[in-house]
Ligand binder design. Structure first.
Ligand SMILES: [Zn+2]
Length: 77
């Protein structure tokens, strides 16, 4: 089963779903403002097992707060 990463970027209120094969995912690194596996001031990258888990997480935490959920155009069609 493939895994997915959710890139949560709080300044733009955009959450982008990537597959774990995506070139963007291979370049991720922890910074002072952006976490991996946790959210920091500007957000972070969280790993999920399925799209339905991502949809539930997004609904619970970000929906209705001006955030949008979109798929990466490079790795997910
Ligand atoms: Zn991607």
């Amino acid at each position: 089963m493939s895994n997915f990463w959710l890139n949560i970027y709080i300044p733009t209120k955009i959450c982008t779903v990537h597959s774990d094969k995506c070139p963007f995912v291979k370049k991720i690194r922890e910074t002072n403002f952006k976490g991996i596996g946790e959210l920091k001031l500007h957000g972070g990258w969280l790993k999920f097992k399925s799209m339905s888990e991502i949809n539930s997480y997004f609904k619970l935490n970000f929906e209705g707060k001006g955030f949008i959920l979109r798929k990466c155009l490079v790795c997910l069609k």
